[in-house]
Design a protein around this ligand. Structure first.
Ligand code: SF4
Length: 260
């Protein structure tokens, strides 16, 4: 991948300093950061995709058809958003303040970003990743050539499950099963080419594997005939900025998956 000034700026906003010239970098950064900068500055750093299952079609995909339960089948995006806001298909409706439908691309999405369940701020605002973690995600997406913002968004960001479980506990299998109906209809409407799963709960649900996040990263999985790339949740990256370089590797893998 080549680096233009815009991507350099975006990487800088992610907290990854990518100087124009390596020599300048050596003068400016501490020793541990030199190796990171040099690795990120390599012209083609994207890891070769390792397919953990038979690769799904990613070029000129056929229209995705999913088995959507009758509750949500046939709804257009505004109607689906309204249905989610008043959904009572599982017990999580009891304590939510707001269901979080997601936001981004209106018609078709290149990337569907599926995150761990809403946090307290998302529950309060009804917005997916509305705080600092969301701002970091937006910078990461921009660096990878995607956006959920502006007049021509290319990505859609939505949580795995739309209502926050009480006290942030992990959602129960029955709750995940109930809410996957919403995801299924969102996929039908958005026709994404790739899913980026952010966070352990999203990664495990979409891959069907119970492995640690680190072992789910670095390879391409398949879910509903879509390629799935796993990465860290932005909230985790705010606490562990050293892993931003790994997150960038994941974004490069996602990009490479759609171009190979
Ligand atoms: S979590 Fe999903 S299925 Fe459960 S009430 Fe909320 S929107 Fe409905």
């Amino acid at each position: 991948m080549s680096w233009d000034e815009r991507q350099r700026a975006m990487l800088a906003e992610m907290g990854l300093r990518l100087p124009v010239r390596a020599a300048e970098a050596v003068e400016r950064v501490d020793e541990p950061e030199v190796a990171l900068v040099e690795r990120l500055a390599a012209p083609a750093p994207a890891p070769a995709p390792v397919i953990s299952r038979p690769p799904p079609p990613v070029a000129a995909p056929a229209r995705i058809a999913t088995a959507v339960p009758a509750t949500f089948a046939g709804l257009d995006a505004p109607a689906l958003r309204d249905a989610v806001a008043t959904c009572r298909a599982c017990s999580l409706c009891e304590q939510r303040r707001n269901a979080v439908y997601g936001n981004g691309a209106v018609q078709r999405a290149e990337w569907l970003v599926i995150t761990d369940p809403p946090d307290d701020g998302d529950d309060a605002s009804g917005q997916a990743l509305s705080g600092d973690a969301g701002r970091l995600l937006d910078r990461m997406l921009l660096a990878a050539g995607q956006t959920r913002l502006g007049e021509s968004p290319t990505a859609f960001v939505t949580p795995l499950i739309k209502c926050r479980p009480p006290r942030g506990r992990a959602p129960l299998p029955a709750e995940l099963d109930a809410c996957e109906a919403v995801l299924a209809r969102q996929i039908e409407l958005l026709q994404p080419r790739l899913v980026l799963a952010l966070g352990l709960q999203a990664a495990r649900r979409l891959t069907g594997l119970g492995e640690p996040l680190g072992r789910l990263r670095g390879r391409v999985h398949a879910w509903r005939d879509l390629p799935v790339v796993v990465s860290y949740h932005p909230a985790y990256l705010l606490r562990s900025p050293a892993d931003k370089a790994g997150a960038w590797d994941d974004l490069c893998l996602a990009r490479a998956t759609l171009t190979t």
